[in-house]
Design a protein around this ligand. Structure first.
Ligand code: AKG
Length: 326
């Protein structure tokens, strides 16, 4: 007998994913960050590939990114332990604790329908102040995730430098003003009928840059020319996408693109999304260098913290950050 999806997880028709059986389209570029350095020391090939992918898709994957495999597997394993513990916790969900938010069945998405996922979110910046407010069981959680965040900060700085080079912005444009502010980790259990449910609704990231680890699992889809494109699974890669802030700074040379997660029938998807955001006091506007008579500024200037206040998408991110710093 077929297991069925509880009705509180079934989305109205217009939200349900279509064409789930269409072949995985692997067109999101996979960029090798270790590829040949030119004689002048510039890593020109990956820079060009990153720019092109960010213009065309708003998404790319990076391999040979330099992060130790152990840092990643430790993070995935400690998050797995965390979610396993929650599953055994008979008191149910822990929606708004001091420094983190764990949601399971309370995770409403649209018109009261639940997302088919569990999620853990917490602030990460300033790291030393946030760490002690993270889950303290599993006992290694704080140590392992802090090590992961430090490496993500390094990787994000490196990618932002390459983007600077590609856009012709001065080196160090984002130095000391971009922060890994939020971690959001997901567990998507296998779903008896993924055509009825969603792991995450279609959304844009309000970040500067998002760096995602998705292991070897599929489910992430990116909107391209009106079609949902699957992001291929590559356990050695990080998925990187351009957020709204970088779209603004680049005066829409780079695209922030809609994405969502569909569920799988047999596979459990685990992901770790880290959101690299501007410091709260930064003024976000198209870089002067990219604005001229032919290409006028497409966005007004706004202090990042005001953008956050105005933007509903930030609802629980902001709460998580404020709680952590309280
Ligand atoms: C998000 O957390 O905003 C995502 O879109 C990532 C979800 C995932 O790939 O699991």
């Amino acid at each position: 007998e077929l297991e069925c999806v509880p009705k509180e997880y079934i989305f109205p028709m217009e939200y349900r994913p279509q064409n789930l059986d269409s072949p995985v389209c692997d067109s999101i570029p996979v960029i090798d960050l270790a590829k040949s350095k030119a004689a002048n020391g510039h890593n020109s090939q990956p820079v060009e590939e990153i720019l092109k992918a960010s213009q065309e898709f708003g998404f790319f994957q990076v391999i040979n990114h330099g992060m130790a495999e152990k840092t990643v597997t430790d993070a995935i394993n400690v998050l797995k332990e965390f979610f396993d513990m929650q599953a055994k916790n008979t008191t149910g969900t822990v929606p708004h604790t001091k420094g983190y938010i764990y949601t399971n069945s309370t995770d409403f998405a649209k018109d009261g329908v639940h997302l088919w996922r569990e999620n853990l979110k917490h602030a990460c910046h300033p790291l030393e102040e946030c760490v002690r407010l993270w889950p303290d069981t599993p006992t290694r959680y704080q140590e392992v995730i802090a090590a992961y965040i430090i490496e993500i900060q390094k990787l994000s700085s490196r990618i932002l430098e390459m983007i600077c080079e590609g856009l012709g912005l001065k080196q160090g444009y984002f130095k000391d003003t971009s922060e890994v502010q939020l971690l959001s980790s997901n567990l998507y259990p296998p779903c008896p009928d993924p055509s009825l449910t969603l792991g995450i609704l279609a959304h844009y990231d309000p970040s500067l840059l998002t760096i995602l680890y998705q292991g070897g699992s599929t489910g992430l889809q990116v909107m391209k020319d009106g079609q949902w494109v699957n992001v291929g699974a590559n356990p050695n890669a990080f998925v990187v996408n351009i957020g709204n802030q970088l779209e603004i700074i680049s005066n829409r040379k780079l695209k922030s693109v809609k994405h969502r997660v569909v569920n799988n029938t047999h596979e459990t998807r685990r992901s770790i999304a880290t959101f690299v955001n501007p410091s709260p006091d930064c003024i976000i506007e198209p870089a002067k260098h990219l604005v001229n008579e032919l290409e006028p500024s497409l966005y007004p200037a706004s202090q990042y913290k005001d953008y956050v206040l105005r933007n509903k998408a930030f609802g629980d991110y902001t709460a998580a950050i404020q709680n952590a710093l309280r």
